[in-house]
Structure formats: structure tokens, C-alpha cells
Ligand binder design. Structure first.
Ligand code: B12
Ligand code: SF4
Length: 469
């Protein structure tokens, strides 16, 4: 069966900055298991392609799979869904948003099926069932529309269990995308590298942060690829695609301390010579881990700290202390790994005093990179339920209305008006930039001088070579 997998874009739908493209890891994983099962797969990523479906038309799909987060991506997803649905091609949606609100998603007239949660086993089962004209009621993890004489019925099949052994999955089908198009990303900019590629080595997270999709989507269950498998993937990427800068995009990379240490040791032992960035909770970074990460090539750690107010941290169930945050950032400074810290403004129940504490804490912390976001209640989270229960937010009732532009989110969910929050955010960035400017300018001059010197060295070498001939 020919299956087209689509990654929609936020371009043209978001008034904020265009998000840089990262490889569609979910679709790559689905593609590899589908191919293993004998199906033909094409991936169309609207973030990096804009050829008006020319290639897709040639491919002539018999089924179309579409992924989507919550937000403006949904609008592009719906446009493409409609295009293929109107040609009578079965449309299946999967990914984070459809999994969190599956019934609302399937109610859209341009969608035939929704896969809830991890998709590898379900999509193979589904493709085989459609190809062999089997009834879909036995496909676990599927929600679908059944046409009967008395109309269309929505059917909810039994749920599918998590894949326990992630090593059992084949390598993602990287060969189906043009890897070069994903090397120059926004994350690369943060990491001071221009060619950073994303991979995933584990899924889920045992923690319970009130703004995070994990508690429902992954049911707080963490599964991982083994250290050996991670090394195999990196070696392959390096050899085949010359990738030497990696961003580990796990929900939580550091749940198992031993696995992290083994990955680091093996990167070093196998002389993989890569640099990489990870996400880490401030309470999970130990001294030994930080040292080993540095030796293995880690040059940036992202920490979600979210607030400088202990009361808010407690309310959002972040389960960290400000001291732990301070220690983690200081540890990074000590071992010379860049720290990138993320904060959320406008969290429910946040008062002026809490905001002040957050601002003060950011200046005290002085991370290398600062990320500030304004709170958005994503479905399936504790804070989403809270804002609805407390009459602060009326959730969209239709899929298309979830195409909200989070960069311009305008609901007042805390004591502070969203416009004021945006100004605070802007000022935080400006002040951080000013405080960091001397270091930034020094690094820029250092890099330029090094480049200039290397350039001269190369020219001299070439001159000497031609003179000696
Ligand atoms: C990499 C990443 C990004 C990349 C983009 C990724 C991309 N390719 O488009 C960047 C950095 C650009 C990004 C940006 C944002 N992101 Co982001 N991102 C991630 C991250 C870390 C990894 C995504 C990933 O590749 N996962 C790995 C794959 C294997 O998992 P998966 O995609 O879920 O796929 C599986 C299933 O969902 C299912 N499936 C998926 N698609 C389909 C399709 C079909 C047909 C089927 C059958 C099944 C299926 O099967 C797959 C395999 O099991 C996730 C967290 C995470 N670990 O997942 C956050 C995450 C997705 N991001 C999130 C958010 C909020 C954002 C931003 C809005 C942040 C911001 N405020 O700016 C922006 C906007 C996104 C946009 N597209 O414009 C939230 C989404 C919450 C939500 N309700 O949608 C997440 C979950 C983080 C979090 N903890 O809250 N992000
Ligand atoms: S630690 Fe990170 S991944 Fe885990 S629940 Fe909290 S925000 Fe989500």
C-alpha cells in the first residue's frame, strides 16, 4: 500500500516568528515500521517543502497520515486533510493533539480515523487491515468512523499498550528526508552550532508538571533505547549523513543515571567526536554526570525552571526548588557547559509578587541562554483542567478552533494582562541580552579572529604549495 505521511507547517498561520524545522521524528519512526511491513512510504514535510504537492501527486497515495501538535499547525493539517479526503483517500490523524482530544478530532468531516498515542504498531495494523479489507474493530488504539445504513457511527477500539522495548524498533527512515534541510535549525542557533540534528532516545517522563502533556500521553511511564542502541544510531548518522551535532529531544533524557553515563562513556570511548545538547531537570543533574557530559561533548543543557516563585512551583507540581535550579546552573558554569533556562509567565494564580520573584531570580541565575514563554493551557494537562474549572478559559469546541496562535495567545489566565506579560517578556530578553553582551561580543570577536586566522593559514598553505610546484 502507498502511504503518504504529512508534517504540516505553522508558516502562514502564525503571526510569531517562523519556527525552524526539526526532523519529524514521529513520522520517520512510523515510516520505518511501515516499510518493514512491506508498504511504500513518502514523507511530505510542509516545513521544508513547498512544491504544491507535485511529488505527492506522482506518489499517488492510497492512505494519508497526518501528524499535529496543538496550535496553528492544525490549520495546515486540515487544509491538506481536506485536499486528500475530497479525492476519497482514507485519512488518519495521529500525534499529540489528536491523541489528547481524539473524539473532537474524529468529529471533523475531513478525518476518517485517529490513532491514539504511540503509533508504530497501530499504523501497521491499520494499513494491513485496510489493504486486506479487514474490519477495523480489532485495530487497537484506533478511533474511526463506521458507515452504517442509519448513518456514521464513531467507534472507539480498545487502547494499545506502550512499546516497552524501544530497541525493537528499526532505525527511523532518515533516508526518506533530505537530512541537510534539517541541520540548520533554531536550536542550532541556541547551541552555537549551525548544523544540529534532532534524535529521540527515550519516551515519556515519570514527573507530573501541570503544564506538560506527558502525564496523560505517556501516563508518566518512561521507556528508553539502550545506551548501545543510541551509540549505533549516532554512529550511523555520523557515517551516512556527516552529522556531528546532536540535540537529544527526549521528554526526559536523564531519568536513568546509569544510561546517561553509559551513553557519555561510549561516545567518548568510540571517539564519536560529536557535540550535543540535552534537556535535564535541575534536580537530576549530578556533579559526576555534568563532568562526564562535558567530556563526551555536551555543550548545552536546557532546564525548565518555569518560575522564581516557590508558591507557583508548588502549585504547578514542578517538584523542584530554587536552590536546585541555582546549583544546576552553577554546576554548568563550573564544567563549562552552557545553560539554557526556560520560564513561563502568566501561570494561573500568578500574582504581581510572583512575577517579581521570577524576574529577580532570572537576574540572580544569569544563565547563558534565556527562554521566556507565556503560559498556554494545552489539553490533557492539570492546568488545562484548572483554568476550565475556574471559569478562566472556554476551550475550543471544534478541532479547527484549536489552531490558536500561541505566540499571540490573548486569554487572561493570571492576575496580569497578556499585553503586559508580553512587555515583561520583551524587557527580560532585552535586559538579558545587555547583561550578556560583553561575553557575546567577546565570543564573536574570538570566533571571527579564529576564522580569519584559519583562512589566512589556508591561503598561505595553498600559496606555498603552488610555489613549491
Ligand atoms: C522536537 C520538538 C519540537 C520541534 C519541532 C518538531 C517537528 N518535527 O515539528 C520544535 C523545536 C520546532 C518545536 C516547537 C514547538 N513545540 Co515542540 N516538541 C518537540 C519534542 C521535544 C519532540 C517531538 C518529537 O519528535 N517526538 C518524538 C516522536 C517519536 O513522538 P511523536 O511525534 O509524538 O510521534 C509518535 C506519536 O505521537 C504517534 N504519531 C505522531 N504523528 C502521527 C501521525 C499518524 C498518522 C499516526 C498514526 C501516529 C502519529 O506516533 C509516533 C511514534 O510513536 C516534543 C516533546 C516530545 N518528546 O515528543 C515537543 C512538543 C511536541 N512541543 C510542544 C510545544 C508546545 C511546542 C511549541 C508550541 C513551543 C513554543 N511555545 O514555541 C513549538 C511550536 C511547534 C510548531 N510546529 O510550530 C509540546 C506540544 C504540546 C501539544 N499539546 O501539542 C511538546 C509535547 C512538548 C511538551 N512537553 O509540552 N517542538
Ligand atoms: S519534567 Fe519535563 S517532561 Fe517531565 S513532566 Fe515535567 S515538563 Fe514534562
Amino acid at each position: 500500500m502507498r502511504i503518504l505521511l504529512i508534517n504540516p507547517t505553522t508558516r502562514n498561520y502564525s503571526k510569531g516568528i517562523t519556527i525552524a524545522a526539526a526532523a519529524p521524528l514521529g513520522l520517520l519512526s512510523l515510516a520505518s515500521v511501515l516499510r518493514e511491513a512491506g508498504h511504500k512510504v513518502m514523507i511530505y514535510d510542509h516545513n521544508v517543502e513547498n512544491d504544491g504537492f507535485k511529488e505527492c501527486k506522482k506518489f499517488d497515495p492510497e492512505m494519508v497520515g497526518i501528524t499535529s501538535f496543538t496550535g496553528p499547525m492544525i490549520l495546515d493539517a486540515l487544509r491538506m486533510s481536506g485536499y486528500y479526503h475530497d479525492q476519497g483517500i482514507p485519512i488518519v490523524w495521529g500525534g499529540i493533539h489528536p491523541s489528547l482530544l481524539p473524539i473532537q478530532t474524529i468529529k471533523n468531516s475531513k478525518i476518517d480515523m485517529v490513532v491514539v498515542g504511540e503509533g508504530e504498531e497501530t499504523i501497521v495494523d491499520l494499513a494491513n487491515s485496510i489493504e486486506n479489507h479487514r474490519n477495523l474493530e480489532n485495530v487497537k488504539g484506533l478511533i474511526w468512523k463506521e458507515t452504517k445504513d442509519d448513518g456514521i457511527k464513531i467507534r472507539e477500539n480498545a487502547p494499545r499498550k506502550f512499546i516497552e522495548d524501544l530497541d525493537s524498533l528499526p532505525f527511523p527512515a532518515w533516508e526518506l528526508i533530505d537530512v541537510r534541510k534539517y541541520k540548520n535549525t533554531l536550536m542550532g542557533w541556541e547551541n552555537n552550532a549551525s548544523e544540529i540534528f534532532s534524535i529521540q532516545t527515550s519516551r515519556g517522563c515519570p514527573f507530573r508538571c501541570g503544564f506538560c502533556y506527558n502525564t496523560i500521553f505517556n501516563n508518566r511511564k518512561w521507556r528508553s533505547k539502550s545506551a548501545d542502541r543510541v551509540i549505533e544510531e549516532i554512529s550511523f548518522l555520523k557515517e551516512k549523513f556527516k552529522i556531528d551535532k546532536i540535540n537529544f529531544r527526549d521528554d526526559n533524557f536523564v531519568v536513568n543515571n546509569k544510561r546517561v553515563m553509559d551513553i557519555c562513556r561510549n561516545i567518548y570511548k568510540n571517539k564519536l567526536d560529536i557535540t550535543f545538547a540535552i534537556d535535564c531537570r535541575v534536580d537530576l543533574l549530578t556533579r559526576n554526570m555534568a563532568r562526564l557530559l562535558k567530556i563526551a561533548g555536551c555543550n548545552q543543557i536546557y532546564f525548565g525552571i518555569e518560575s522564581g516563585s516557590p508558591r507557583i512551583l508548588n502549585f504547578i507540581k514542578k517538584d523542584i526548588t530554587l536552590q536546585q535550579a541555582m546549583d544546576a546552573v552553577n554546576l554548568c558554569k563550573k564544567v563549562k557547559i552552557k545553560s539554557s533556562t526556560s520560564f513561563i509567565l502568566g501561570l494561573p494564580t500568578e500574582k504581581q509578587t510572583d512575577l517579581l520573584l521570577t524576574r529577580k531570580f532570572i537576574y540572580k541565575l544569569m544563565p547563558d541562554n534565556l527562554l521566556v514563554k507565556i503560559f498556554v493551557p494545552y489539553p490533557g494537562t492539570f492546568l488545562y483542567d484548572y483554568v476550565i474549572k475556574n471559569g478562566l478559559f472556554n476551550p475550543p469546541l471544534k478541532l479547527e478552533d484549536w489552531g490558536l496562535d500561541w505566540m499571540n495567545f490573548e486569554f487572561k489566565l493570571s492576575d496580569t494582562n497578556p499585553k503586559v506579560l508580553k512587555n515583561i517578556m520583551k524587557n527580560l530578553y532585552i535586559k538579558h541580552f545587555i547583561l550578556k553582551f560583553p561575553k557575546f561580543a567577546f565570543n564573536l570577536i574570538k570566533t571571527s579572529l579564529t576564522k580569519f586566522y584559519l583562512h589566512k593559514l589556508l591561503l598561505n598553505g595553498l600559496r606555498n604549495l603552488s610555489a613549491s610546484k
